[in-house]
Design a protein around this ligand. Sequence first.
Ligand code: KIV
Ligand code: ZN
Length: 511
Amino acid sequence: MTDKLIIFDTTLRDGEQSPGASMTKDEKVRIAKSLERMRVDVIEAGFPRASKGDFDAVQAVAQEIKESTVCALARALDADIDTAGEALKGASSSRIHTFIATSPIHMEKKLCMTPDQVVEQAVKAVKRARKWTDNVEFSPEDAGRSELDFLCRVIEKVIDAGATTINIPDTVGYNIPLQFGELINSLITRIPNAGKAVFSVHCHNDLGLAVANSLSAVMNGARQVECTINGLGERAGNAALEEIVMGVRTRQDVFSCETSIDATRIVPTSRLVSSITGFAVQPNKAIVGANAFAHESGIHQDGVLKNRETYEIMRAEDVGWSANRMVMGKHSGRNAFRTRMQELGISFDSGEQLNATFARFKDLADKKHEIYDEDLQSLVAKSKSESVNEKFKLISMKVCSETGEVPVAELTITVNGIEQHGRAEGSGPVDAAFKAIESVVDSQTELQLYSVNSITSGTDAQGEVTVRLERGGRIVNGQGADVDIVTASVKAYLNALDRISAPEERAHPQV
Ligand code: KIV
Ligand code: ZN
């Protein structure tokens, strides 16, 4: 008999806590649909008390998703729990996840509470959450640095109060696999009512051990893992969903549990998250990196040709890598376009949105003969992000880059609908173009990151650019895609300016 390992995805909540990774409501719904298609068991959609935007996004995900449980995060406070309950109303299956810190340093320095007060508040929170749903998760935050006796005490009490999942977070990524596994084992064996709840883990990657710690916990009885696509998350990130799922699946000789995940949806979902957040996947990233299944050395290539299992422990197609498929061209019609988009899991809220995206497709097909699935996906990412709040818009540009000459950019943009012209020199064409924008807008932002990724292969591929800007401590990412890299860069810069100009009042759950 193999147990079920519950996959709890927190890309939309902890993933969104990565600086610059904030997502719009539409973007969250698109990612949630992709997670549902992948058969993720629980989707943590956000922290509704953080802001009106977060509330709306959780509500939209709760209404849209039918096959996965939708979860909302709440501190152990009445108002947080009630807001989470409201946001989840109407969900096919809902869960409230409430938490309070239990480590000495957090209780004393952050909460200014005694251990007895923490226990009391945890119990009260779980009871209140049970009024909204019978599916309640409790996390003792910073459990990885909490005292074992105290953890046992709190957990026993919250299970009695009605918690059905107990999640053990290594909030600061401090644990190491052997010790974290032992912690889970001790909790499950020592807590008298442990059998009434599912034990879960939530590991951060500060020491690069999030996946190893999670898997060690699974070997010691944890039956839920909290993880994110591409390992996105606060600071160094969370355990990567794709690595957990494929670790358990590939090593069935070691794990006595299985997930229900459709692994062929891993790569498309990874790409979707990367293009929406602008967080590129490093080429050597396990499972979803561009080189994850590429063999460079002659000896390896020779071995794989003779028998793929000589050097491959997984098949690329099993995790959703397929040869780039040329799906459409310049002569494809609207119906074919819509059908292919549906096959990719992309639907349109309105005829207007379909028409706008179809128009972009036609523009792209004029510039690029072969349109791949990835190109189609980038069209949607673009049309949704641009529809957020387009204060800055590129009208035209001219960039000169010539051997021995200083690069110069001249461009026309609209700012709130009013045309403005900028001109600047720079150390390269992109630098000149960004300076030309700044000569118009003087945004007082600081460029923190500039990265270019090729969406497909070939020199006619679209370049997908991410620009990260910072102003007054606030960090945003902007994206742009185009067959011309300088144009993609300008679009990404303007998109980042749009995002940083939008008001944001948002509480962080753990502060
Ligand atoms: O890392 C953490 O402790 C969390 C909790 C809210 C579960 O994200
Ligand atoms: Zn976390």
